[in-house]
Design a binder for this molecule. Sequence first.
Ligand SMILES: [Zn+2]
Length: 582
Amino acid sequence: MKVIRSRRVLPVIACLALLSAGAACRGRGRENAPAQAATSSDQRPLSFAQVRFGGEFGTRLAAATAHVLTWTDLYTLTSFVATTSGVPGGLWYDWPGDQLGRWLSLVHVAQGYGWSLQAWPPRVLADTLLPYQTADGNFGPTGSGAVMDVRMLSGNAFALRGLMDAYEDTHDPRFLEAARRLGRYFEKIAPAWETKRDGRLHEFYGHCLDGLVALFEQSGDRWALAAAETIAVHAGRTPHTHHSLSLCRGLVDLASATGKREYLAKAEDYLAWCRENRSVTGGLPEAMPVSEQDEGCGLADWIVVNLMMARATGEDRYIEDAELTLVNHFFMNQFHTGGFGHLSFAQDIVGGKMWQGWDGRFGSENPGCCSLWGAWALGQAGRFAVTENDDTVFINLYADAVVTLPDKSARLEISGDFPRMSKARIHVTTYPERRTFTLALRIPAWVEAAEVMCDRELVTAPETGQRVLIRRAWKGDTEVEIAFRSRVRVIPWPPDRPAGAGIFDGPLCLGLPADAADLNLPWSVLVDRSGRPLLDASGRPLVSGPSGLAQSLLEPVSARWLQPDVKDPIRRRVLFLTRRLE
Ligand SMILES: [Zn+2]
């Protein structure tokens, strides 16, 4: 039931290992803690340049980024002109500004991670595309500023964010000027849209929030912040998952810019609604509360919003939710191309063929939006794998990475078997002098017991869902090793009204693939008298169909992502009956 526990508020830090300078990493028990109530709401995410990923996460990030940035015979300059001016000639051309904005935001991430960029650098896009901005300030056909079309709003909202990302990168005043005119367009049309969705802020319009806040933060334009605050008041539960979660990013940014926590409460309310309707794999329907398919974009923003909320509130439960989706449903949604798209979605069976646009040319991948946003989200999520404040380094996700922390004269090398995470090793190097700071290790809620060694000495064994703090004067090279112990377990799902049981191995949700069995038959996981799954000699859980034959057919739902099945993606059963063998 660890996944269910992760849905509750857990104390961020309840276990403290206080160490004298230069002493071994020996911690005291929970009964002695916490002497130091370390809150993590003042955490800073890393800059992209501070982290370089390897392993599974690095592979997926590289595949996603390269896929988009090298697909220059799809994302041609002609397609940018079409999709910016709102005429046929590119994917989703009827969402003007969308491709431009997402591209600039993805370039912001990719270049931050050190990617070179041949096509299309922001300068070229500014030269070619900014002249298409209309007299009303929006992108789209001439005179379209007053058109009541939600696609116009959403595309332009992505454009606003992208322009500000490009301005941050280039300091080219043309991006700022274009963003100001676009921001004024959104400010002007606010009365038409701020309560348009049954009295609530229309999410296709409202996700201009993050761009408005960025405009204020980078230029000091107070009118942009005032406009954002005016519309944010009306944010609520709106159906389009992706646009609503993009709106939530703006709410978190707004809370940060104003110090007003009521915006976080609005974001939390939307996340709560999503939690009620997600699958055991951490997937979300494309439209809330029910949809026959998922959307890569929605999953992408779900992960990013949760990581932003974790940073803003200091509550690790948001990381639990982000991690569940990241290593399961989001990884499953990524195709061998590196791109993302749409898979069929239900509580019991996920992953099959559903909507395939453009006459199926790209299969289930959606390079018009999801492939761009999936790559963007992997890059954004990476910034939150490790966060820091002046005194503490927070290890949040255990993806393989090398992290540099100039403020602490430190370098961390994180390695392990992510995404399974049975173990992790953090090699800490400080140079040139001794530096004192706290390493705050997240112990995920799915872990039954964790063993932490520092410099080959045992640190306090923490309770599930709690952080281990190792405070010491770090000098030279230090090895921190963590063993995350967990058994294969059964998770009733949905938690409040179980329709079946999901099966997890550590953080990984296991599924029954359609090429191994007929998913439409009733399948049961075999459990012992205490309800624990029965395992074969290799430790794999056993399932049985109508024949009653026990078989080892399950695999992680994110397995085989490099299988080229984008035209007909494999379905996977993820909810099972339980059958007790005496
Ligand atoms: Zn999409």
